[in-house]
Design a protein around this ligand. Sequence first.
Ligand code: NDP
Length: 272
Amino acid sequence: MSTPIPGRHQGKTVVITGGARGIGLAYAQRFAAEGANLVLGDVLDAEGRESVRALEKAGVKAIYARCDVTKKAEVEALMDAAMASYGRLDVCIANAGVVSHGAFLDVTEADWDRVMAINVKGVFLTGQSAAKRMIATRKKIADWGGGAIVNIASVNAVLVQHNSVPYPVSKGAVHLLTRVMAIHLADYDIRVVAIGPGPTKTAMEAKVMADPAKRRIREIRTALRRMAEPEEVAAVASFLASDDASYLTGQTLFVDGGRLVLNYMMPDERAS
Ligand code: NDP
């Protein structure tokens, strides 16, 4: 497992939507270990506050603000909280997302709208609002190192399944939105990248983790034959937001244990 690089994000402000738990919290812990000050937004207020308390106990500067990413005013308030607390915005991780399951003929209008609103509109609102504060930071800090926006897509941005409709469509949109944002924001020293995680051990995959048969299907569809730990995805986000990725923009990096390079599934036993 990757070890945090002390000082890599020293003094930077990092905003994370959907940061109360899951991979969002893993991003927070990773960036905190590398010197960042944090702003976590989520709709799970109790978990969000508890996560911030735990980070503060470890000596990290962190604040929580309720932020439903489908509501522009709440997204703006989250970014304003970052500027008011730390005076700058360097990194934004548009992580909030929801999954939905069901066959094409059964998808309801309400489910389609809910997934699109959170997974697509939410990433747009988050990115636009963050970029405006990054541009304000650029004007204020002469030697600003540039901003990084990391959108969270999924392997489902390019991979479809029988039991899921709006989710892969929404993640495909995040993949494309990342490319659009990258060209629009390049002139402001803001890089925009995306991560496409494979199955990762969080509440979103709780049912899979609790069911050995379902879990096995995930594992044999993955070259590394295991689900990701949230910390493994967070390590890649840290790299993408760092100077080590200074010539990287507009790309989606699939952190998937070899899920996409496999032709759907591994044989049960390796060939001898
Ligand atoms: P979690 O459900 O653990 O975390 C997502 C967080 O976002 C939750 O706290 C969730 O709250 C919150 N959220 C939901 N709706 C909103 C909203 N409108 N505004 C703000 N926050 C909201 O999921 P993961 O950590 O697993 O997923 C994080 C991201 O990674 C998502 O974008 C997901 O699609 C993506 N991803 C995850 C994979 C996995 O296998 N876990 C694989 C590929 C991609 P609530 O519980 O109320 O929904």
